[in-house]
Design a protein around this ligand. Structure first.
Ligand code: HSE
Length: 438
């Protein structure tokens, strides 16, 4: 049978990796898919630029619309990123009756509802495994492997660049900017790296995970998002002394009141497997009611790990091309007319524990003032450290780990602590997750 022709938009890190994997593993892939797969037409911003892949036999163009309109192309693979031109190209490809494979988390998180509805009407597939956690097949795991479960919560390290930065800062005392520059050189970071360090990339991915876990429409605008740019060496060290690692987590949890949807730096007990996920690696912990906790681990960024997910999706599309379009795996795991309107909780309503670092004058009664404010707001202390500043300075740093409380109570307490005369300088709050299985 003639090989299936794929059109590729973007020949950068992931595009180049995808061509390499398709070429290198051509025999193995065709044994799995029942038919060969070749990239016949590809677009790049500058077709004369040196590449990580061999492009002989591929028709190259600088106009992506040419690929989208090529009648020979059955599957359009979108790897250009961004959500403006990419949206236009993907919608056009769908209108032209092509199936779409994309690694674009911003596109799916922000425009997925519109794209899936267009695809549904046209009877084509849109698949996006590479959009979340790079090479880890987390979407298939939740959407298909865990389809028998009621998912209770999931928590993941889903930005490789951020995890790489935190790990290098902790283990090698490197500074933030030099590690970020290295992540950019290695092709891990987004075109705009503030997406990595300010949590936006993780929020895109969490939006997608929450939808397939709970059967809700994609709601990127409702994710509470905090990045890693304010994490200091000091906090990393104090947390470690108390038995915790600081990781940048995306967390979504079903509660009686609604769904928590949040991305922020988080203390995690060091004994937890996910606390030991370092470098560019990603991991997602998923708690299903039947299976219990399950953990998925692997490279979260980079040319071939991401290409692994892209090629897996191409093979999947090829395999189901002959199946009934009405009975394919739904885009968001649940049937489109069965999505629920469970509310997303504002961050003030979540229940969580905290790490607090308070810089205060070393005077009698300071600790009592702080602890009584916490008590007045119903906040229980779990553990505490007090560090004296260097000789000559009458200052101390108080580190407190609390039990869980409602975030709005903590906001009130922090405002009161901040207004104490003896409290000056830093008042840091980092959320803490025990990630217990029950
Ligand atoms: N910039 C992303 C990351 C790439 O570092 O995780 C993979 O989505």
């Amino acid at each position: 049978m003639e090989a299936l022709k794929v059109g590729l938009l973007g020949l950068g890190t992931v595009g180049g990796g995808t061509v390499n994997v398709l070429q290198r593993n051509a025999d193995e892939i065709s044994r799995r898919a029942g038919r060969g797969i070749i990239v016949s037409h590809a677009s790049a911003r500058d077709i004369n630029k040196p590449r990580i892949c061999q492009t002989d036999g591929i028709k190259l163009t600088e106009d992506p619309m040419e690929v989208v309109s090529d009648p020979e192309v059955s599957i359009l693979v979108e790897l250009i990123g961004g959500d403006t031109l990419a949206r236009e190209l993907v919608l056009k490809a769908i209108a032209n009756g092509k199936h779409v494979v994309t690694a674009n988390k911003a596109l799916i998180a922000k425009h997925g509802n519109e794209i899936f509805s267009a695809a549904q009407k046209k009877g084509v597939m849109v698949v996006f495994e590479a959009a979340v956690a790079g090479g880890i097949p987390i979407i298939k795991a939740i959407r298909e492997g865990l389809a028998g479960n009621k998912i209770e919560w999931l928590a993941g390290i889903i930005n490789g660049t951020g995890n790489f930065i935190l790990t290098e800062m902790r283990d090698k005392q490197r500074d933030f900017d030099s590690v970020l520059a290295e992540a950019q050189r290695l092709g891990y970071a987004e075109a705009d790296p503030t997406f990595d360090v300010e949590g936006i990339d993780a929020a895109h991915k969490l939006t997608i995970l929450a939808s397939i876990a709970f059967g809700i429409p994609l709601q990127f605008e409702k994710v509470y998002t905090e990045g890693i740019s304010k994490i200091t060496r000091e906090d990393v060290d104090f947390a470690s002394e108390l038995g915790y690692s600081i990781k940048h987590l995306g967390v979504t949890r079903r509660t009686e009141a609604g769904i928590e949807l949040r991305v922020h730096p988080t203390l995690i007990p060091k004994r937890h497997l996910i606390a030991n996920v370092d470098g560019v690696m990603n991991a997602v912990l998923v708690k299903g009611d039947a299976v219990g906790p399950t953990l998925y681990y692997g490279a979260g960024a980079g040319a071939e790990p991401t290409a692994s997910a892209v090629v897996g999706d191409i093979v999947d599309v090829l395999r189901v091309l002959t199946s009934d379009p009405e009975n394919r795996v739904p885009h968001l795991a649940f049937q489109p007319d069965s999505l629920s309107n469970t509310p997303i909780l504002p961050i003030e309503e979540i229940e969580i524990a905290y790490y607090l670092r308070i810089s205060a004058s070393d005077q009698t009664g300071v600790l009592a003032d702080i602890t009584s404010i916490l008590a007045d707001n119903g906040i229980n202390i779990d553990s505490m450290l007090q560090k004296e500043h260097s000789a000559g300075e009458d200052k101390s740093t108080i580190i407190i780990i609390t039990h869980t409380t409602i975030e709005k109570n903590m906001n009130v307490a922090l405002e009161k602590i901040h207004s104490l005369d003896v409290v000056d300088g830093d008042l840091v709050r980092i959320r803490l997750e025990h990630l217990d299985a029950d």
